[in-house]
Write a protein that binds this ligand. Sequence first.
Ligand code: PMP
Length: 404
Amino acid sequence: TWEQVPLAPEDSIFKLTAGYKADTHPNKVNLGVGAYRDNDNKPWVLPVVRKAQRIIADDTSLDHEYLPITGLASFTSAAAKLILGADSDSLKEGRAVSIQTISGTGANHSGALFLSRFYNFNGSKQIYLSNPTWANHHAIFRNVGIEPVDYSYYDPKTVGLDFDGFIGSLKSAPERSVFLLHACAHNPTGVDPTQDQWKAIADIFLERGHYAFFDCAYQGFASGDLDRDAWALRYFFGKGIPGLVCQSFAKNAGLYGERVGALHVIPPSKEAADRVKSQISVLQRSEISNPPTYGARIVSLILNDEALFAEWKRDIVTMAERIISMRKELFRLLTEELKTPGSWNHITDQIGMFSFTGINPSQSKAMTENAHIYLTTNGRISMAGLNTHNVRYVAESLDKVARG
Ligand code: PMP
């Protein structure tokens, strides 16, 4: 049995990490990693998370019973406020449907599954994904029978947004199409629309009746400010654009492995929200029965306690500022010290954990083979992998490949 099962290729990101781990070169650098590292390249448990863990450990009233199907209510309601805004119409009108999910991936899956069952697709089941996007998006939608279609997003000539192409895709898609939008800190490019561009994009959503499937994996990580990073999705929902948002606490709370996330669907009325919630609950029951407690308890404590929340915001600023300072230093080294040919403004213009450097696959490979710097072949680097000890080495290696 199983003779008919073909061998699947390894996941490229996990393969990259394995290559880095096996490398014994003293100057090796991992720029593939999608997780925050401190200036000594160590994972960082947020101090506020440590505090919450101690509170949980000492709380003898807590048990290990099942959570409700939709998750820990004190977590989902606070998570909804955090992302939608406490004063959002959807919350005031009681029409946001929030369920706890297996981090952002689970939120994407549950959102995709719900749409595949219940969205009134205009023709075939399709989702428009930015070209490029987080590679997992394709698989997540295919898994539930929704075909991914590319929309124009990134312009390699400017290493920036192909705004006209994006608008063109929105206009030419059939009415009521579903578009996946990265709420902030686009992965893998680091290229986000400006607020004016978002407004123009929203106008076309309204005109064409498109559905906004927001994926928000980096709230707080883009600018250091949780509200600013949620601006686009709040603007869309405020305008009455139909949609949902997938929320992850992997990056902004450093809870990667704990799998803490939520899906928020925003129907137009409370009555529709009740029906949507009932169906999402049925789907969740068959898939995971009930979400896990531990990470949700941590985040719930942090979101519902004023002092812990204030401390979390400071921890987020610590991470965002270190990343922004690495962008500035890389840019300074390339442009001022090394005078590397080409334009490098995109390094500081781009946002969040990742940057598209603009180097091509053979240049990326050369960095790995010659300098032991690990990055995806599309030229994406994780800013979290840079620190004051290795940024010069990385800049010099980029300089070498840019000169050919
Ligand atoms: N969406 C995007 C765009 C991401 O980059 C990620 C993390 N790499 C996720 C969703 C999901 O992450 P997680 O499941 O760890 O929350």
